[in-house]
Write a protein that binds this ligand. Structure first.
Ligand code: UGA
Length: 442
């Protein structure tokens, strides 16, 4: 099929490359000319494992090409995926201006029947809004009012394993309101269903939108739940790691997303929890559970600060190394990074902060030019009064802890991701603090 992907950020670029890999002819469009130039030169604008190789393959075969002209990108497209950004607004809801603009532009230049698919995470009822915007634009132009079909096809990919997730989905969800759109999306995903046997949920547009909201909010709730349990574990002298293990063995609970720590970050969970809360409020439901999920998450950074203060008393004048700046391993994404929040708070308290990360240092330098940055973890901890693990990068998990002890001025380490072996840390001479590992102090 001929497909177009509008917006080649993280979601759009991965989607475009994977759809091309499935055998479709795809045009990736972005109005950021610099981004398109990077892609045309064979570069990838962000760190995502497996994506450079896949892009090389699908651009070399001609299955994927790039454009900056909307009319060119959608000229032959049967399906147009909208993957533009939906950044958060100050009030908590997402800014849907870019999504609206794409709908208007498509409505004003389309000359054949096509499906316009929301893939960016948008609030429920956005599909209805898009249909309204498109009809209004077509009415104003006196063009065919029936040739744009709006659909919702949420993505569930995780940064860092995005290509794997897209090509091996747990499920494929799409919501449509016409046979034309449902048939088109069936054909888009037929090769993936054949390849993987992934189950398909075919539903209406509102329900598809809600599946995405509810999935991300539920995963965020699991993380905040286990973090709240971790805080109790600290107080009663229990080990949250074993608690999570014991819980996860119950088939009804399962082991995923029960890692306690500094809390969730990234461009999705914090924004999506707020957006769902905001949406519920707008339609008259007070979703207080989600409010608490966000509050617990923000509080996890204070848990780490408290542990540092317990050890160092005043943080002003102390040198503290943050190991890991990316919001999670496998990405250079710093959006809503709990580690970076910590850096800012420590700086506000007058501490000297050093930051180590294997891939995200250029972004840190751009945001915080006064912070000392390192791509070698041992150099980063040398002479520091304490270290905090903020991202569970493999490079950090496999650190030689004896070397860390030798390099630090005081052998204090707060493991904000519970990713180090606590017994090995103690044996190496570290004063080790995990999150919810209160048993170590009893
Ligand atoms: C998340 C969802 O997992 C995807 O399914 C979804 O498509 C995506 O948002 C989106 O809406 O676009 P992502 O933000 O890439 O994907 O990252 P996750 O791997 O889900 O991790 C999110 C955060 O939760 C990270 O900061 C991670 O460190 C934290 N986390 C995760 C925990 O603190 N504990 C856990 O047990 C799991």
């Amino acid at each position: 099929m001929d497909l177009a992907v509008i917006g080649v950020g993280h979601v759009g670029l991965v989607t475009a490359a994977c759809l091309a890999d499935l055998g479709h002819r795809v045009v990736g469009l972005d109005d950021d000319a610099a981004k398109i130039e990077t892609l045309l030169a064979g570069g990838v604008p962000f760190h995502e494992p497996d994506l450079p190789q896949l892009l090389e393959k699908v651009t070399a075969s001609g299955a994927l090409r790039f454009s900056t002209e909307l009319a060119d990108a959608i000229a032959d497209a049967e399906v147009v995926f909208v993957c533009v950004g939906t950044p958060p607004l100050p009030g908590g809801g997402p800014d849907l201006r870019f999504v609206e603009r794409v709908a208007v532009e498509v409505a004003s230049s389309v000359d054949h029947e096509l499906v316009l698919v929301e893939k960016s995470t948008v609030p429920a009822n956005t599909g209805q809004r898009l249909t309204q915007v498109i009809r209004r634009e077509q009415e104003a132009r006196g063009t065919d009012l029936t040739n744009v079909h709006v659909a919702s096809n949420p993505e569930f990919l995780r940064e860092g394993v995005a290509v794997h997730d897209t090509l091996n989905p747990d499920r494929i969800v799409y919501g449509t309101s016409s046979d034309f759109a449902r048939d088109a999306l069936r054909r888009v995903y037929a090769p993936l269903v054949e390849r993987t046997g992934a189950p398909v949920v075919e539903t209406d547009v509102n329900t598809a939108e809600l599946i995405k909201h509810a999935s991300n909010a539920f995963l965020a709730t699991r993380i905040s739940f286990i973090n709240a349990v971790a805080n109790v574990c600290d107080l009663v002298g229990a080990d949250v790691e074993v608690v999570a293990q014991g819980m996860g063995m119950d088939a009804r609970i399962g082991p995923a997303f029960l890692s306690a720590g500094l809390g969730y970050g990234g461009s999705c969970f914090p924004k999506d929890v707020d957006a769902f809360l905001h949406l519920a409020r707008n339609v008259g439901y007070d979703f207080r559970l989600l409010e608490e999920v966000g509050r617990i998450n923000a509080g996890q950074r204070d848990v780490v600060l408290r542990k540092l203060r317990d050890e160092l008393w005043h943080l002003s004048g102390k040198t503290i190394t943050i190991l890991g700046a990316a919001f999670k391993p496998g990405t250079d994404d710093l959006r809503e990074s709990p580690g970076l929040h910590l850096v800012r708070t420590l700086m506000d308290e007058g501490a000297t902060v050093r930051v180590y990360d294997p891939v995200a240092i250029p972004g840190v330098q751009a945001q915080l030019p006064d912070v000392a940055t390192f791509t070698d973890p041992i150099e980063a901890v040398t002479g520091a009064h304490a270290a905090v693990v903020a991202t569970d990068w493999p490079e950090i998990v496999k650190l030689d802890l004896a070397e860390v002890v030798a390099a630090l001025d005081y052998p204090i380490l707060v493991d904000g991701r519970n990713c180090l072996d606590a017994a090995a840390a103690a044996a190496a001479g570290l004063r080790y603090h995990g999150i919810g590992r209160g048993h170590l102090r009893t």
